[in-house]
Ligand binder design. Structure first.
Ligand code: NDP
Length: 298
């Protein structure tokens, strides 16, 4: 199997380089790659790369992910998150390739407290969410065989992440306020990459699995409880914190205004994916603990 991976150095892209490697020949690109173009701000040129490489599978892990910045850069977000996936899908269709693409819980408006299912009505609250939704719609309309995995709250040991930021702040401050009314499942890039490889192996022999799926770690939490989990781990391991035992304070989304509105309920129902691919999704805590152990080695 010949696989073309785009966005090879992002959180998910980096892990995909590992998980896709055993499936066959892997050509991994980023925006600076040469001679093939992996720059999604040039949709036609990326599509041309697909047509020249003629892969069996295109995996798109590249995206415009700066959620707040997207509010003032709507055109860039749209080009990378909607126009480029549309072109990728067109090229994939032309060469008979599968397209694996990632989308987001931000396609929903975050109302209620029930986990969202794939067929629930979409209503993004911000520019990023609208651009990702437009990407999904273009892929579905193209007629190419596709897997679109909507995920949430992605973290990886490599690069910046919420847990690292919390630990840095907690080393500097006695008190910390964290949003307690947004709920979702922290999902490791490792898990996304591993499930992607398993799903692709299945998909290439089963055309009927083409579609949209929700893919997150099991369970759900708030940013506040996520932070509390990280601090409990740190205290257990003897990582020095300035943050006092009572210093972690819950705040509401309203008390922490950001340029982009965020959904309160980001819980995703993963039943369709687990059933279609016969997979189990471990609870979010196990991935977070593993990442913390990897980073802090205790
Ligand atoms: P990252 O931000 O870690 O990685 C995105 C990658 O896309 C980066 O390597 C970035 O490169 C690359 N990229 C950005 N613009 C371009 C461009 N014009 N051409 C080529 N590459 C580009 O994101 P994740 O790995 O976390 O996200 C993977 C997928 O999951 C995305 O589709 C995202 O929308 C989705 N998702 C992510 C969530 C999250 O919490 N992170 C939540 C829900 C869904 P560079 O570093 O050079 O900018």
């Amino acid at each position: 199997m010949k696989i073309l991976l785009l966005g090879k150095n992002g959180q998910v892209g980096w892990e995909l380089q590992r998980s896709l490697a055993p499936l066959g020949e892997l050509i991994a690109l980023d925006r600076a790659s040469n001679p093939y173009c992996g720059d999604l701000s040039r949709p036609a040129a990326v599509a041309q790369s697909v047509l020249e490489i003629k892969p069996d599978v295109v995996v798109n892990a590249a995206a415009y992910t700066a959620v707040d910045k997207a509010e003032s850069e709507a055109d860039s977000a749209r080009t990378v998150n909607a126009d480029a996936p549309a072109e990728l899908a067109r090229a994939a269709k032309l060469c008979g390739a599968w397209l694996l693409h990632y989308s987001t819980d931000y396609v929903f408006d975050g109302s209620g407290s029930v986990p969202w299912r794939e067929q629930d009505p979409v209503a993004p609250l911000n520019v990023y969410g609208r651009s990702k939704l437009a990407g999904e719609q273009a892929i579905r309309a193209s007629g190419c065989r596709h897997l679109i995995f909507r995920t949430s709250w992605v973290y990886a040991a490599r690069g910046q992440n919420f847990a690292k930021t919390m630990l840095r702040l907690a080393a500097e401050r006695e008190e910390l306020s964290v949003i307690a009314d947004q709920f979702g499942a922290p999902t490791g890039a490792e898990l996304l990459a591993d499930v992607s490889a398993h799903a692709l192996r299945h998909a290439v022999c089963h055309d009927d699995v083409s579609g949209v799926y929700h893919l997150t770690a099991g369970g759900a939490t708030s940013w506040f409880d996520y932070a509390a989990h990280v601090f409990a781990y740190a205290r257990q391991c003897g990582i020095p914190l300035k943050l006092t035992e009572t210093g972690l304070r819950p705040i509401s989304t309203e008390q922490y205004p950001t340029p982009a509105r965020r959904p309160l309920n980001s819980r995703l129902d993963t039943n369709k994916l687990r059933t279609a691919f016969g997979l189990a999704l471990p609870d979010w805590q196990s991935g977070v603990d593993r990442m913390l152990t990897e980073l802090y080695g205790r």
